[in-house]
Design a protein around this ligand. Sequence first.
Ligand SMILES: Nc1ncnc2c1ncn2[C@@H]1O[C@H](COP(=O)(O)OP(=O)(O)O)[C@@H](O)[C@H]1O
Ligand SMILES: [Mg+2]
Length: 254
Amino acid sequence: MGPIVLEAKSLRKEFAGFVAVDGVDLQVHGGSIHALIGPNGAGKTTTFNLLTKFISLTAGQLSFKGIDVTGYGPAAIAKLGIVRSFQISAIFPSLTLAENLQIALQLLEKKSFVFWRKSEFNDWTRSRIDELLTQVGLAQDANMTAGEISYGKRRALEIATTLALEPELMLLDEPMSGLGLEDIERISGIIAGFKGKKTVLMVEHNLSVVANISDKITVLARGKKIAEGAYADIAQNDEVQTAYLGTAHKASHA
Ligand SMILES: Nc1ncnc2c1ncn2[C@@H]1O[C@H](COP(=O)(O)OP(=O)(O)O)[C@@H](O)[C@H]1O
Ligand SMILES: [Mg+2]
């Protein structure tokens, strides 16, 4: 794994006295796939919301690439390249896949300080769209509309629109949710392909996916970190078995 890019120290979030995230330390390494798992109500989504500053910290420190970003707002965090995956609702169903990506690329252009000549931007956009579609296995479907492709392919398009923004750190909240087996393979294959190139932090319930593609797994329960490491390590942890897998369920992926 590469050097630490995102570090959270003693993250804490209280909602009217209820502690949803309770002193969590997190170190995300560059180029790694890091999974955040735990039972419902463990504080996973709240942790994501703290990392993007969608909600404010009650206490704790946050640094990104060595810069203290504890006081940053959500726009400043996004500008650093910490990007949460677009939800499917952000995709325009009546536009083609290429057009959906064009919109994302225009967003990127607006945020950058590079001023393109129109023709150069169009050429760059065309080749970038090809590249992005190829990266998520949708090159064949460039001219289909987003509304006529399968749910799994739409999830892949969602990842491509996120990638279009050139994120430094991608936060994916349950990328496999609602997908069938074939689409799970499609999406986990895409995410696995980011290894060594992009940094990914994902909340994911599908443990075989987590076991197969994660470099590091952090387990939360009741707002606290209860275990961390490779799947083989955390699956053997008694506290993890009790809190999450259930005592009777011995992990089969170790
Ligand atoms: N805005 C909120 N106000 C009050 N309680 C909240 C709020 N958001 C989350 N919680 C509570 O914090 C706990 C953690 O929630 P969450 O982070 O969504 O868990 P997870 O994503 O792991 O299922 C839950 O008990 C939830 O009810
Ligand atoms: Mg959640």
